[in-house]
Design a protein around this ligand. Structure first.
Ligand SMILES: Cc1cc2nc3c(=O)[nH]c(=O)nc-3n(C[C@H](O)[C@H](O)[C@H](O)COP(=O)(O)OP(=O)(O)OC[C@H]3O[C@@H](n4cnc5c(N)ncnc54)[C@H](O)[C@@H]3O)c2cc1C
Length: 463
């Protein structure tokens, strides 16, 4: 005997039908399960009409709808404020309850609280589950019961807990999905968006996620050796699928955890970084309001010299590796991790621009934008964060280029105007007389470095 007659499952950043916590529990506990998705007007109205992430979500939902229609079911899709839409749909379908997966971003927490309150008025409950991480919130704490602020001990405690609680596959009983006539999704235009093509190689939905995941598994053992070289196919390129939940984190961690070798174990560490930053945002939600994790840096002054931020955004700094990275971001919506670190550090420590401006630029352009990871990455780079790069360590953008793109292969890919330079000149063209049409360096690294060290030292000694 099942506990509920009808339950809605509200999908958000978990756009799949397999290994899905809310769907797993709903299909176990209800006779009839109806998946719903709300294009959240409060989020969408802040985005430009050509935002590619909305296209990714839309295409992933279309793929989901096709699968559901093959099962004789359908997802209900609406555009509006979830605080009104979810209770209205629960009423319309006489649902006993609504199930969803946790979303621990501050806006989502507040929205879900309001939805739960509205549902309560009609005697319904919002049940929510952990799904997008292995361990969340207070599950991995120090021996003193405090959130970890250093990654290495967090990572060790996380792994110990995984040994005790291996990831489970949360199967979905599709026979419990409600039999419904298929609903047509609203067009992107109905939502106020243009049909903007996704970058080459990004395939949305379950199929795209599985293709990318299968491809990466062939390369997993080489991950540790290749991951730092942006010209090589080293990383997984799965971040967008993790962001929108077209892949299950349990499946990925399950594979990495049971695969011996440096490749899989190094990659598992990256997945743990993802959880480190998510638990951090849960414990310190003020991070989402622009506060530095290290409070003393909230008093830092940022020169923001005129023109610096724009030149960085437009890939015109004169430092080829940084400019190639920024072009990769603009053209593909992706940036290699090494380059995220180099370009972020360059903006903050060479160009002396407030890290929050860079954070916002990445948030606007990254297909995989995730508040916790992006904030964590920026605060790491700006040395204002938790377990961050020490403030006195400043990447040299030319040395980084020589080390991680030694032949200039990546630079040539994104800056064809430099492709004729040999591998000695391509990292610092001004040493070889410069290139017509490509800007000279915006700043002298040695001078900028000295100024930045002085500013950071000032904050450290006066606080
Ligand atoms: C300034 C800056 C901003 C960043 N912004 C984001 C962001 O908005 N969204 C995002 O997903 N990642 C962000 N990262 C982390 C990292 O760069 C990307 O996750 C990674 O490049 C995505 O590519 P991949 O899937 O091929 O990574 P892989 O190397 O294959 O890693 C696998 C997965 O682990 C997670 N991961 C890897 N590195 C990190 C990390 N340092 N912190 C948190 N999670 C990590 C991601 O989910 C990634 O998909 C940022 C890093 C920096 C330095």
């Amino acid at each position: 005997m099942k506990r509920f007659n009808t339950v809605l499952v509200w999908l958000r950043r978990d756009l799949r039908l397999h290994d899905h916590a809310a769907l797993h529990y709903a299909t176990q506990q209800a006779q009839r399960v109806i998946p719903v998705f709300i294009f959240d007007r409060n989020i969408l109205h802040n985005l430009p009409p050509n935002d590619r992430r909305v296209g990714f979500i839309h295409a992933s939902l279309q793929a989901l709808q096709q699968t559901l229609s093959g099962l004789g079911s359908s997802m209900i899709v609406r555009h509006g404020d979830p605080v009104e839409q979810i209770p209205a749909l629960a009423e319309r379908w006489s649902a006993d309850a609504v199930f969803c997966n946790h979303d621990d971003e501050p806006y989502a927490i507040q929205r879900d609280r309001q939805v739960a309150q509205q549902l309560q008025i009609t005697g319904r409950t919002l049940f929510d589950f952990k799904d997008q991480v292995i361990f969340e919130r207070d599950e991995v704490l120090t021996n003193q019961g405090k959130p970890f602020q250093v990654f290495t001990p967090y990572q060790r405690a996380w792994r110990r807990r995984l040994d005790l609680h291996p990831p489970e596959h949360l199967s979905v009983d599709v026979s419990a999905l409600a039999k419904l006539p298929v609903e047509t999704l609203p067009d992107l235009a109905d939502l106020g968006f243009q049909d903007t093509p996704l970058p080459a190689g990004i395939i949305p939905g379950h199929e795209g996620a599985q293709t990318a995941w299968q491809d990466f598994q062939q390369r997993l053992d080489r991950y540790a050796n290749l991951r730092n070289f942006p010209a090589k196919k080293g990383p997984s390129y799965l971040s967008v699928h993790l962001r929108f939940g077209t892949l299950s984190i349990r499946e990925l961690v399950g594979r990495a955890w049971t695969t011996p070798g440096e490749g899989a174990q190094t990659w598992l560490n990256e997945l743990i970084w993802r959880e480190f930053y998510q638990q951090l945002l849960w414990h310190y939600p003020s991070l989402a309001e622009g506060h530095s994790f290290r409070a003393e840096f909230d008093h830092m002054e940022w020169p923001n010299p005129p023109g610096h931020f724009t030149a960085w955004c437009e890939a015109r700094t004169g430092y080829p590796l940084v400019d190639a990275a920024m072009r990769q971001l603009l053209t593909s919506g992706y940036m290699h991790n090494r380059l995220r670190m180099v370009s972020a550090a360059f903006l903050v420590k060479d160009l002396q621009v407030d890290w929050r401006m860079g954070e916002a630029w990445f948030a606007r352009h990254l297909l995989d934008f995730d508040l916790a990871a992006n904030n964590g990455g920026w605060q790491w780079s700006a040395s204002t964060g938790c377990d961050a790069q020490p403030w006195f360590r400043i990447f040299n953008p030319v040395t980084q280029s020589e080390k991680f793109d030694p032949d200039g292969q990546f630079i040539r890919r994104y800056l064809p105007e430099l492709s004729h330079l040999d591998h000695r000149c391509i990292h610092a063209p001004w040493h070889c007389g410069g290139v017509k049409g490509y800007p000279p360096p915006l700043v002298d690294h040695a001078i900028a470095r000295a100024a930045t060290l002085a500013r950071y030292k000032n904050v450290k000694t006066s606080n």
